[in-house]
Design a binder for this molecule. Sequence first.
Ligand code: ADP
Ligand code: ZN
Length: 737
Amino acid sequence: MSERLVSVAVPLPVQDAFTYRVGVELPTPAAGCRVLVPFGAQRVVGMCLGPAAADDVPPKLKSVMEVVDEQPLVARPLLDLAAWLAEHYLAPPGECYRLIAPPAGGRRGAALADVDAGFRVDRVARLLDATVATRGAAQREALARLEAAGGRARVADLARDRPAIRGALEALATRGAVALEDERAVRTPASLPALPERERPALTGEQSAALAALHSAQDAGGFRPFLLHGVTGSGKTEVYLRGVERALELGRGALLLVPEIALTPLLVRAAQARFGDLVAVQHSELSAGERHDQWWRIREGAARVVVGARSAVFAPVRELGLVVVDEEHEAAYKQEESPRYHGRDVAVMRARLEGAVALLGSATPALESWHNALLGKYERLSLRRRIGSFGLPRVEIVDRREAMRGGDNPILTMPLREALQARLDRGEQSLLLLNRRGWATSLLCRECGEPLGCPRCSVALTLHERGALARCHYCGHDVRAPDACAACKGVYLRLTGFGTERVTEAVQAALPKARVGRLDRDTAQRRGAVAKLLHDFEQGALDILVGTQMLAKGHDFPRVTLVGVVDADVGLGLPDFRAAERTFELLTQVAGRAGRAELAGEVILQSHRPDHYALRLACDQDYEAFWERESEFRRTMGWPPFASLVNVVVRSRDPEAGRREAGALAEALRVAAQRRFRVLGPGAAPLARIKDEHRFQVVLRGPRKAMREALRSALVKRHGPVRWPGIVVDVDALSVL
Ligand code: ADP
Ligand code: ZN
């Protein structure tokens, strides 16, 4: 008998799938079934990828120990998606397959005993008629065992010590003595309830036009990607919801991805109001048990609409018909740990593999997406007008240099203070953005000029709690602010720069009657804190909300008529090729929070660089003009979207070893490049040290496929296929910082 070999992805950071033998006592696991396998000294639950080729089989091949699922747990499109992920991002396959498997809840590489029985898809035998005549000893034994087990048992249990029982049960099933069932599959999916007839707004002309195109693609079936460019407050959400409705009418499911679920309570509520129990919301605050139940509810078809952040793109929605990516430009869609995927790009690939429609929406599309639309890869839909009667808000730029020369308050200039006061008098609300948290940016020694730095990272510490506490935003290191400079022992220390904590205090001082809240990573730490803040603000329990970019995320507060930006230049100074794009996005988005309903909106930007094009064009909310200007720069310099970017970072406690490794890689890549792509570096990374690890960087720019292949072979040549210690590969890196 020829050997049965299967390929298995193990949930470990190894670069390849591995081949295992399947012993005669086990059924052949299909692709998408989990299997328990030995790996080194461990036992791990891996994902079977299907039969393995019989050539090149090492002599000492290990065997599968147990087949966990007798029926595939994961459908073909998701298996293909995981394979694509591993290939595209040069990521360990096991880590990619883990994303599509049911949530483990337990430890890494848990053994079978730790696998929750609820995760299994079991083949179960049920006794129908014990009087049917049996043929042969195995059949007799099979019936006897089944009776002894009370008339119902897992096939795997019945056949454990006697593989022939398996075939005997099959034969008995054809003769009506037993029934064989997939335990999970026997539960019938909830049938589609009639959609609740909730009040829905009458569509605007622009919404109708966009939906006509979307619906016709949905009706036709098959993959079609759309980019919905709609100015802030133009009613994109309604387009998403009607798209989901149509998917359900067509008997298909839908995915609705948002950058951060806690920041989009209104969208979640709208989806729940309209689709009721058909909605599953993937919160990061779900417990392991809830997560597990939800996964099964989705897989069984009881939940047909999934709303969640980037990892929801892997939810096992059946018959997926529509994938929506809201605020598709958001950096939050990029996962910054392995596998380093971009949720938007994965969403489009998933739609392709499922034969579904993809809908990416934004007021400020990523330049990559706009470029794809211009190339004809995405179809463009536009909403050019705001819903409310006042149109887009009026924007004024206050030159902070002049204000400060005139002795004005450096945090809140006179025009901003007056505007805030006017809102307070009228019972309206304001948002105040500063994209920098903490009290002060650094503690500077006046004698030697050195800022207080982190002992483990090459960055300055940020001051919190009125300057009493110094904290590293990279490693979390915390110290009481010292009285003397660590470098020169000087005692004249000065706080420089300011963050959201300080702004909150300044607002309180200037407007003692105002009720002020703060929204940033620090106040969001506590469970449920974000929901409470947003709720309080929505209910009018707060007048002013101060915060970081978390304020800019798609909120729809009808009583906000003023948006102030304390320092519009925060992101412009970064040595990042996306600095202008990020600034334009942030300012356009936050400005878009003002005047969204029946009250006119006003925006005040305080800036040292009032003439910068990112600011000017954000004032006009003119995305296309920004694209013209920015794409020129990107094209000339060879940055995305006109080239792909791969960032390779070598991390090492030993700086010499790190430098050597980065040097050798760069060398090998230069040889392989043959002018097809550019190799920059090696050099120290802009963050040269984090948590005592030194970081060296090699940046590749050019066509993705050639770079990826060269990098893969360089890494395999140096380290073999198993582990690449300390080497971070970021394909389609968002930045090289
Ligand atoms: P966007 O996501 O494009 O910024 P939203 O989807 O939040 O905008 O819509 C802005 C506001 O307009 C919301 O309060 C929404 O309820 C409302 N709205 C959307 N479509 C309509 C419509 N057709 N008629 C009336 N109001 C609408
Ligand atoms: Zn640190």
